[in-house]
Design a protein. Structure first.
Length: 311
């Protein structure tokens, strides 16, 4: 058994945890067929089936589950040992894999990644945009960026990006001239609205607050989309009211293509956090990224890490 390929064992562990060849293939930039071949090679070497595969699911067999339970800590130690060697380099090398929501990819990371990669030429960056409640560490990412209400428990959280952000409701001047300007959030129930549907299928209600009064509404949409550029274009064309991150609408507001409404009903909220698991040997690219955003307050990092406890 000593001639079992470590890479094949690592492939098995990744696929077994994710329960998907496609998701692991996408993350690693390889084909699903190459991963499947690695699993077949490992199963042939061990003489036992490790995964049950159907067209719809991948699940560990009893033997596969037992192997995974024993293998995961060992692979973690191998990874930590290799990272320890990385400490002796003049500059860290490797790939930093981040999972972030769309708003962060569009509004926060662009001002950070250029200076970070310039400071660390040996590091490459892989960013996956995802607005779901994915367990990013189990999916193979080094860290995630989320807003505080979405932070996973027992993670270290470091502020990244602007510490205060806002939502805004806006419409085109032509739409407001034709349909009037809402004076209260409930007025929007009588307006055409442009709603965002997330990949999960959810359309979050619009929430407003003023002088202690909280109002949540789910207006009937005239347009539903899962692409912010299309939603903004629809608003500019006068198809209805849009509610989204203020940063998405900066250009349209500055040009006058859109006008804000109900501004006194929209309260600021906390900016995003980079979060990652506490571990003895942090991957060198992640450690470099954490140190970088702590040292660069002009990029909105905030500078102090915090721990999010369970309970």
């Amino acid at each position: 058994m000593t001639d079992v390929d470590l890479a094949d064992l690592d492939t098995f562990a990744a696929v077994a945890r994710a329960r998907s060849f496609r998701s692991v293939a996408r993350l690693r930039g390889v084909s699903a067929s190459s991963l499947s071949e690695a699993l077949r090679r490992l199963e042939a070497r061990l003489g036992v089936r490790l995964l049950n595969r159907t067209t719809r699911s991948v699940t560990p067999t009893e033997a596969g589950q037992r192997l995974l339970e024993r293998l995961a800590p060992a692979l973690g130690e191998v990874s930590a040992a290799l990272e320890a060697v990385n400490d002796f380099r003049d500059s860290p090398t490797g790939t930093l894999r981040l999972n972030v929501p769309t708003a962060v990819a569009r509004l926060v990371l662009p001002s950070i990644i250029g200076p970070f990669l310039a400071a660390h030429p040996g590091i490459s960056l892989e960013v996956t945009t995802d607005d779901t409640f994915l367990d990013v560490l189990a999916a193979g990412f080094d860290a995630g960026i989320r807003y505080d209400e979405r932070l996973e428990k027992d993670m270290i959280a470091v502020p990244i990006g602007p510490r205060v952000q806002r939502f805004i409701v806006a419409a085109s001047p032509a739409y407001l001239a034709a349909h009037g300007r809402p004076a209260h959030p409930k007025d929007m129930l009588n307006h055409a609205c442009i709603r965002h549907r997330f990949a999960s299928g959810v359309m979050h209600p619009w929430e407003f607050e003023r002088d202690g009064e909280v109002v949540k509404i789910s207006p009937t949409p005239r347009v539903i989309a899962n692409n912010i550029d299309l939603e903004i274009a629809a608003a500019i064309q006068g198809l209805g009211l849009i509610a989204t991150f203020a940063g998405f609408l900066d250009n349209a507001l500055k040009s006058g293509a859109l006008e804000p409404v109900l501004e006194d009903w929209l309260q600021p909220f906390s900016g995003p956090f980079l979060y990652y698991a506490s571990r003895r040997h942090m991957p060198a690219p992640l450690r470099a990224f954490v140190d970088f955003i702590k040292r660069r307050p002009e990029l909105g990092a905030g500078g102090v890490a915090s721990v999010v406890h369970s309970g």
